[in-house]
Ligand binder design. Sequence first.
Ligand code: NAD
Length: 480
Amino acid sequence: MSFLEYAPAPESRSILNLRDAYGLFIDGEFVDGSGETFATISPADETRIATISTASDADVARAVAAARHAYDKTWSKMSGRDRGKYLFRVARLVQERARELAVAESLDNGKPIKESRDVDVPLVAAWFFYYAGWADKLDYAGLGAGPRALGVAGQVIPWNFPLLMLAWKIAPALAAGNTVVIKPAETTSLSAMIFAEILQQADLPPGVVNIITGAGATGAALVSHPDVDKVAFTGSTGVGRAIAKQVAGSGKKLTLELGGKAANIVFDDAPIEQAIEGIVNGIFFNQGHVCCAGSRLLVQESIHDEVVDRLKTRLTTLRMGDPLDKNTDIGAINSREQLDRIRELSDIGEAEGAERWSAPCEIPDRGFWFAPTIFTNVQASHRIARDEIFGPVLSVLTFRTPAEAIEKANNTPYGLSAGIWSDKGSRILAVADKLRAGVVWANTFNRFDPASPFGGYKESGYGREGGRHGLLAYLKGASA
Ligand code: NAD
């Protein structure tokens, strides 16, 4: 056993009390969906976890009708103070059931338990606490005179942060006085189903939140339903574009949180040890399934070799394996489909002439796995420098001057996030000012806070989630 090998420390699954099959959560009850059922599996070993329902068009209509009824009869009549009480209750119940939610999330998504336990679930609770606090203060938030709710929000979310994306959508919508129909991604419905139980425990009035499961067709039926007033989508740029077309001219309010290809810029005066940790966190957190991942490392030429050598050394210490093991740093890729895409783009990177290096990991026999990988010798024109890989793959490019760093960083159709590593505050501010990205981190990466707005430029979408700005998307007559 080498000094870096740890004894297994698996988190127990006994805290889970899963049903064998889950229906749809409509009007406060679990009901059977009328579409075909499908299995949700563990990406770590491909075993079945539970059966999930598909909402047909008729089920979607039923969920939207329940949300409309709840909006008209209860939620829009309730004071902000009372809405806030429900949100506080939900936040506290998330905390109470935190371990269970973390285990379910890691099981279904493949992310390491230390991330679901220490990042995802605490942020879910923080989001509900934060927006609970806004519910009775909308008139005093500087959002204009008497901002009013929109009505029914139709929300569609991806699989990379299943419960956290659900919180980002539901908390501001309810705080602003809307009711919700939300669809989780088809590979990660489990934590949303446990969240539905939490809503029952919280005694949330029936119909205020409806959770429908299924694939793209269910999402399309939801966003195009005529009685939906607001569409909020997080997912790929391709689907986002299709939704924008579908919604155009309908009068529905729309926010899109889409893909990214963030530059993480390391200057030669950066604190190198910290920067290495920041680069690792930037691209290998959540297996790189992060829209704002720092997938393009821009490193100043004079320190390129040192940074790459140190990165390789650091990556050989990352532990890949069982997502439920508390020592695991890198979990499973969420689906076979995503694994195929990561493999394909990595093969293209090699074919285009970039140099590939992967950490020496033991790949388990079953499940979907991809070792942390670095490409050096990457040109700005390479697909791996342009396309979102959405996996644990880092493309390294170099620059000589701050102006070149800015130009390369902005040379992307996306604009969600960026990182700057430097000892000089003045340089950080000057560079940040010129980056076309919604979020710019300085000497850190992938930090989230409910009070801080998040969102993109260009093909990364429009609208902001989080903070006071996040309320705007759910209010009529409001302006920043
Ligand atoms: P995806 O677009 O394939 O799917 C997202 C969701 O949309 C799923 O629930 C899916 O069922 C649904 N969907 C698919 N087709 C649809 C259609 N025609 N109409 C309505 N809904 C439809 O994306 P994904 O692969 O699940 O997620 C990965 C993508 O999400 C990445 O591009 C990532 O960058 C992006 N993402 C962005 C953010 C952000 O905040 N900007 C956050 C997380 C993920």
